[in-house]
Design a protein around this ligand. Structure first.
Ligand code: UTP
Length: 309
């Protein structure tokens, strides 16, 4: 049985500075919810109950977010707006949170290693909070099913353009079982396109055996002066453990950069009936403005002053 989720949130978020100097990347909003709330919701829908969050300096607002706030609730109740906190209150009532501070941001592998005394001997579900995945069946539930059935480690993968593989861990395939399921032969962190064993990039969901901690114990600092989780999984593979890769079914948003967060917000707004109509109208207006600027259209439709920006 897999019951515990690890959410490493101890990174510095340098690609999002200066916003992340004091605001954790995981708390940046996608519409009205912070990114980490989407992650916990995916975990709960996958039947995970305990969330071990690895934090660091300036991350305590994550703890506050998943804590009751009686004064605010009282205020909202008096104005008949109690429903505004329903989503997060549901989480508070159904999930257990354990927070651990990573002593130094020495990489994703180090963040996972720091929970080793908390999670014991069971398989763990790892969620990277800067990958938001929207899918009919929660992505982690898909991975957990394979891990339980095959008694193996599972990494989520996605096909990416070969020129971008240097931003990812990449898998080499030993055997393909179905269009979306592979047995892994090797894992390489941030390969050059010419050295990449495939264009199947690891994205932010994993189910890992407890032996990952032993493997991380043996790790030295890898690429970027960090302890790399990909290297530790490769070590597991060499020690004889099975690693499978599952090509995710759904849409992934990489919200670790301003452009990624912006695209995710636009896309989610277009999928949400509360925002879609206004957003579409605004995008249509912007599109027309661009054409006008390029001299390819005239200013028909609404004058600029009538559009609520
Ligand atoms: P990233 O490399 O995407 O996050 O790590 P980062 O280091 O915070 O961001 P940049 O590159 O400086 O912009 C993936 C995940 O691993 C966590 C991050 O919080 C993120 O969720 N992480 C990374 C840790 O928990 N600890 C670390 O030392 C590094």
């Amino acid at each position: 049985m897999i019951t515990k989720a690890i959410i490493p949130a101890g990174g510095l978020g340098t690609r999002f500075l200066p916003a992340t100097k004091t605001t954790p990347k995981e708390m940046l909003p996608l519409l009205e919810k912070p990114a980490i709330q989407y992650i916990v919701e995916e975990g709960l829908k996958s039947n995970l109950k305990t969330f071990v969050v690895v934090t660091g300096k300036n991350k305590s607002v994550i703890e506050d977010h998943f804590d009751p706030y009686p004064e605010l609730e009282h205020y909202l109740a008096s104005r008949k707006k109690n429903d505004l906190l329903d989503g997060v209150n549901k989480i508070i009532n159904s999930a257990n949170f354990i927070y651990l501070r990573q002593k130094e941001p020495l990489g994703l592998g180090h963040a996972i290693w720091s929970v080793k005394h908390v999670v014991g001997k069971e398989h763990i579900a790892v969620f990277l909070p800067d990958d938001i995945i929207v899918s009919a069946t929660p992505c982690m539930a898909q991975l957990m099913q394979i891990a339980i059935q095959e008694k193996c480690n599972v990494v989520a993968v996605q096909e990416v353009p070969i020129e971008t593989v240097q931003s990812y861990g990449v898998i080499g395939v030993r055997k393909q079982f179905s269009p979306n399921l592979f047995q892994v032969k090797e894992l390489v962190e941030k390969p050059r396109p010419v050295d990449a064993p495939s264009n199947l990039a690891i994205v932010g969901r994993y189910v890992l055996s407890p032996n990952i901690f032993q493997s991380l114990d043996e790790m030295k600092l890898g690429i970027g002066g960090e302890i790399q989780l990909t290297d530790a999984i490769q070590n597991l593979l060499l020690s004889g453990e099975k690693v499978f890769a599952y090509k995710i079914q759904g849409t992934r948003y990489d919200i670790g950069t301003p452009m990624g967060l912006l695209k995710a917000n636009l896309d989610l707004a277009l999928r949400n009936s509360k925002y879609s109509e206004e957003m579409l109208e605004y995008l249509t207006y912007l599109d027309r403005e661009m054409l006008v600027m390029q001299g390819k259209a005239t200013t028909m439709g609404k004058p600029r002053s009538m559009i609520q920006l």
